[in-house]
Each structure stands twice: as structure tokens, then as C-alpha cells.
Design a protein around this ligand. Structure first.
Ligand SMILES: Nc1ncnc2c1ncn2[C@@H]1O[C@H](COP(=O)(O)OP(=O)(O)OP(=O)(O)O)[C@@H](O)[C@H]1O
Length: 253
């Protein structure tokens, strides 16, 4: 029996647009499980990013509940939510948001100091360990502008993992990278997942989706299909791609 990290119950999100309501998420019931590499796909505008942001407490829901650790986080005040996002969740976005006047090391370590559950020494050690794991240790004293986009995104992954998050949220993490750099980032995410890190990623790219152990398909703000898959490996990447393409085609992709 799988254990849920996050549960959405009757989750709705609407935006007002010129006096009209745009119902982006429509009564979603969804469990995200521990250990999974969950990938959300769907056509442009289907609500993928909105789902990721409402599940992670970055965006307010219109109605419904989001349960995390026996608590409906939609009821939390901004201060509590912001601590939760810093301590329990990690985030990687398409656009790289590193602080331009801090070194890669500082960009990773500073959010760790802010969590206040670890000593600075522990954070520094963990920062070195993560920078090593993502392969940018040798550039750790450089500013982001002195490194490539791929190296910066790898530092973003290290930063997202500094507080040992229960769940790593990734919104099109390879969208701004070239193919090789994107593949390196996906290899890292797969490797962290295979070491036990739970991941929830939004993508429109089949080459990224093959990393999934569970694929969800969103259409008009509803989950209309899902598929379990074996963990990614070099050997199964072609067969996973074929499975996903046929899954998507059957849903009118
Ligand atoms: N802040 C906002 N205000 C108003 N409408 C919004 C806002 N954010 C998103 N939307 C609308 O919500 C819908 C879903 O957007 P969302 O970004 O979640 O889709 P998506 O599936 O991630 O799309 P894409 O693949 O193009 O990134 C779109 O119609 C979008 O215009």
C-alpha cells in the first residue's frame, strides 16, 4: 500500500477574467505518493502549473483541501506556509532564479541557514555534498553569471534539496536548457528519485516524462488518465517512450 505525501480533496482553482470565471482546476481528488517520480502532462493551458502551485501552497485554492502531514495546508497562514515551503518542499523552475551576487555555494547554503533546524556547519557540509552530487563542486565559488545555464540549474537542484524536502516540485526544469544540459538535469532527478527522493514534475516533453514512475494526464483542469511505470533506466527508455506516446495519443494529445 503506497503512502500519500500530499492529498488534494475536491480542489478547485478559478481566475476571474474580464468578469468571467476561468475554472482552471475542477474538483481534483489526487494523492501524490512517497517515493514516486510523479509527472503531470497535459496540453498547454490545461492547468499543470496551477496544480503544482496549489499543491505546494505557493498559490491559494479557490475551494477544496490540500492535506500534508495530517494538516489541511489551505488553512495555514502565510508565515506557516512560507516555512513549510522552505523546510518541507523543494522547488526547481524553468527559469533559473539564483541570486546574482551570491556564489553557487552561497545560493545553496543560505536557504539552509534560514531553516534553522541545522547548524551552519551542517548546512555547509550538506552544501558541499550536494554540489558534488550535482557535479558543480569545482565552480562553487563562482557567481551564477560565470557558469552555464545547465550548471546553474544543477545548483538550483542542490538548493532545492538543502533542507531534505519531503517532496521536490519541478515545473518544466529543462525548458530553458539545451538537450544535453536538460538530459543531465533529468539524470540527476532520476538519480535522486532512485535514492528515495519523492518528485512531482510538470512537463510537456515526452523525453522528460520517461523519468516518471507515475504519469498523470490533465485535461480541462481534471485528471483524466494515469499510468504506473517502472523506474527509468538506459535499457527501458525506448519502451517507456513508446508507452507514453501511446498513452498520450489515446487521450488525443
Ligand atoms: N495568475 C493568473 N491569472 C489569470 N489566469 C491565469 C493565471 N495563471 C494561470 N492562468 C490561466 O490558467 C490556465 C492554466 O494555466 P497553467 O499555467 O496552469 O497551464 P499549463 O497547463 O501549465 O500550461 P503551459 O503548458 O502552457 O505552461 C490558463 O488558461 C492560464 O491563462
Amino acid at each position: 500500500m503506497k503512502e500519500a505525501i500530499i492529498q488534494a480533496k475536491d480542489l478547485c482553482k478559478s481566475y476571474a477574467n474580464n468578469g468571467m470565471q476561468n475554472h482552471v482546476l475542477n474538483h481534483i481528488d489526487l494523492d501524490i505518493y512517497v517515493g514516486d517520480f510523479t509527472v503531470i502532462m497535459g496540453s498547454s493551458g490545461s492547468g499543470k502549473s496551477t496544480l503544482l502551485y496549489t499543491l505546494s501552497g505557493m498559490d491559494k485554492v479557490t475551494s477544496g483541501e490540500v492535506w500534508y502531514k495530517n494538516e489541511d495546508i489551505t488553512k495555514k497562514k502565510e508565515k506557516g506556509l512560507s516555512y513549510l515551503r522552505r523546510k518541507d518542499f523543494g522547488f526547481v523552475f524553468q527559469q533559473i532564479h539564483l541570486v546574482s551576487n551570491l556564489s553557487l555555494f552561497e545560493n545553496v547554503a543560505v536557504p539552509g541557514y534560514l531553516v534553522k533546524e541545522f547548524t551552519n556547519k551542517e548546512v555547509n557540509e550538506k552544501t558541499d555534498e550536494l554540489l558534488e552530487q550535482v557535479g558543480v563542486e569545482e565552480f562553487k565559488r563562482r557567481l551564477p553569471s560565470q557558469t552555464s545555464g545547465g550548471q546553474q540549474q544543477r545548483a538550483c537542484i542542490a538548493r532545492a534539496l538543502i533542507s531534505n524536502p519531503s517532496l521536490l516540485f519541478a515545473d518544466e526544469p529543462t525548458g530553458a536548457l539545451n538537450k544535453a544540459a536538460g538530459n543531465d538535469v533529468l539524470d540527476l532527478l532520476s538519480s535522486f528519485n532512485q535514492q528515495g527522493q519523492s518528485i512531482l514534475m510538470v512537463t510537456h516533453d515526452v523525453k522528460a516524462a520517461i523519468r516518471a514512475t507515475r504519469l498523470l494526464y490533465l485535461e480541462d483542469g481534471k485528471i483524466v488518465g494515469e499510468m504506473e511505470m517502472p523506474p527509468y533506466s538506459e535499457e527501458n527508455k525506448k519502451s517507456k517512450e513508446t508507452m507514453i506516446v501511446s498513452f498520450l495519443t489515446s487521450r488525443g494529445w
